[in-house]
Design a protein around this ligand. Sequence first.
Ligand SMILES: [Zn+2]
Length: 320
Amino acid sequence: MNIQNGIIQDSNIGGVPFTPMIVTPKGKRNVRTLKQLLTSDHDPEYIVVHNTGNAASTANDAAHSRWLQNVENADVQYVSVHIFVDKDSCVQTCPLNEVTYNAGDGGSGKGNARSLSIEICENDDYPAAESNGIKLVVAFMKQFNIPIDRVQPHRYFASNKKLCPHRILKSQATWESDWKKFQQRIMAVYNNDSSGQNPAPDPGSDTYTVQKGDSLWRIAQNVLGDGSRYTEIASLNGISSPYIIHVGQVLQLPQSSSSSGSGSIKVGDRVKITGTYYATGQRIPTWVKETTHTVYQLKSDRALMKEIMSWVYLSDIYKV
Ligand SMILES: [Zn+2]
C-alpha cells in the first residue's frame, strides 16, 4: 500500500475501489484532530470496526464523508473516522496517522489514539459492504502488522458499552462470541489472500480427513507416532478443549519437528521474539516483542507466529 502523510495513494484497498475524500480542517478540530496517533511510529496498532447505524438508502461512503465535512465546518460534535466502506467502494476521510474520535474512549484511549477506524455502511446491500469491510481489515492488518486480537469492535473500547457494530454484535450478552466468529471470517480471508506481505500458512502441508471413531489423540498416535502430540494438531487447527472433531473434517498436520532443525521448538509452543526483523524483512514492532506468541507452523529455519501470522527466524525466538 502506498501511503503518503497518512493518505492512501492507491486506487483500491484489498481490491475495493478507493477514493480519498479527506475532510478539510476547520474551526474546533472536532473531526480532523490534527493529533498524531500516540504509537511510537504513528502507525495504527489496532483496527476498530463500526457500523454507521444509518439505514437511509443515500447513506453510502461518500455521503458520510460529506457529512463529516459539514460537522467539521459547523463544530457541532466530536466525531471522526478514517475509512468508510460500502457495497462497492471505500473512502478515506482522515489521515491514517491521525487520532480519530471514533471509539468513545477519550483523547488517549487505544480506540481513539492508537487505532485505525473503519465504518461499514448499512444503506444498501449490507453483506456486500461487510465483505468489503473484511477485505479492508485484512489489507490493513498486513500493511501495519496488526494481529487479529487487535482487530476489535467499537464495543470493545467504548466506555458507554455502545453495541457497535450492531449488525455484527447481536446483544450485550453475546457480543464477545459474536466478535470471535467475525474474527474467524477475517482470518479465513487473510489466509486465502496471497497478495499480502506476510505468507499465509503453507497450503501444501499435510492434511488428514477425520474418520469415524477418531479422536485427536488417536490421530496423533497413528499419523505422528505419538499420541501426546494431539495438542499440536489442536493448536494448528484452532481446536480447544474438549477437542471435538467431526467425521469428514480436514485437519492440518504439524510437520515433523525433527526436520525443522529447531531443537526444542514445536508447533503449539508459547514463545517470545527477540529479533529485530521478521523473516520477511520488516521491522518487528516493540509490542510484538512484548507479547507471547504461539508457534503455528515450522519450516526450515523459521516459525509462523499464530497470533500475528508472521514468520520469524527460529534463532530469534525462545520458549516461555
Ligand atoms: Zn461505532
